[in-house]
Design a protein around this ligand. Structure first.
Ligand SMILES: [Zn+2]
Length: 242
């Protein structure tokens, strides 16, 4: 499970565009190569990902703190929310006499031309891969209900691939290797095996969540607000957050 932990400050902008955008202290010079990142006390290491959104608050992608700093310097960050993850301290700026300090939050909204593909195309379908498929299904075998490490899971085609079944989100589920072998080239009905959940195609926001590593609690809550009401991930994530 990759659910995150809380990191101090409360999220100030849940859902779409935030009501209370935080002030961003913009660096007043070109990127300082000496910037030293200092993680928030509640955050271990520098590997936490930052959720980038568009100006309207629609989730776009995960970026690392270096990319976030670059966006601040390019003046492409319109506002930020969530908790402060990293404070980067640089040298003294010769022009202003002030020390360069950049604070990077867990969620940054950016200006620019990139848009959420899910809002541009109603028929958007995210790419299918095992990493996100297993996470969609909570790392549970959808036949026996057991939870397994990734290396013991497999992608099962409900209607078998060799019998014309497609390699699409709605025809694949997570299965342990034992169940997958037992089912073999049969449909669940033929194998007398019952599916525990109906497979679904993630929306773009759901896909961003599924792609995230160690998603923090405030990022998860933010993404949840962008999931469809009918998303099966709501109940699962609420359980993890409680
Ligand atoms: Zn199984």
């Amino acid at each position: 499970m990759t659910a995150g932990k809380k990191t101090g400050k409360r999220d100030t902008c849940r859902g779409a565009a935030p009501a209370l955008p935080r002030h961003i202290p913009l660096p007043d010079s070109a990127p300082d190569p000496q910037l030293v990142p200092v993680p928030n006390a509640a955050v271990r290491g520098l590997s936490h990902q930052i959720l980038r959104t568009d100006i309207a608050g629609m989730p776009l992608e995960w970026i690392d703190y270096r990319e976030a700093v670059r966006l601040y310097h390019m003046r492409q960050v319109a506002y930020s929310c969530g908790s402060m993850l990293y404070r980067l301290r640089g040298g003294i700026n010769a022009r202003s006499g002030r020390r360069t300090v950049v604070e990077v939050n867990s969620i940054v909204a950016t200006i620019g031309h990139s848009s959420n593909p899910g809002t541009l195309r109603a028929d958007y379908v995210p790419p299918l891969n095992n990493e996100t498929l297993f996470k969609r299904d909570g790392y549970l075998c959808m036949y026996c209900g057991g939870r397994f490490p990734t290396q013991l899971l497999s992608r099962d085609h409900i209607r078998p691939f060799c019998r014309g079944g497609q390699d699409i989100w709605t025809n694949v589920i997570t299965a342990c290797r034992r169940c997958n072998n037992a089912k073999a080239s049969r449909t669940p009905e033929e194998a007398d095996m019952q599916l525990l959940a109906v497979p679904f195609t993630p929306t773009y926001a759901e896909y961003i969540y599924l792609k995230g590593r160690r998603v923090l609690a405030d990022q998860m809550e933010y993404l949840l607000a962008h999931f469809p009401r009918s998303s099966p991930l709501h109940e699962r994530l609420r359980r993890w957050l409680s």
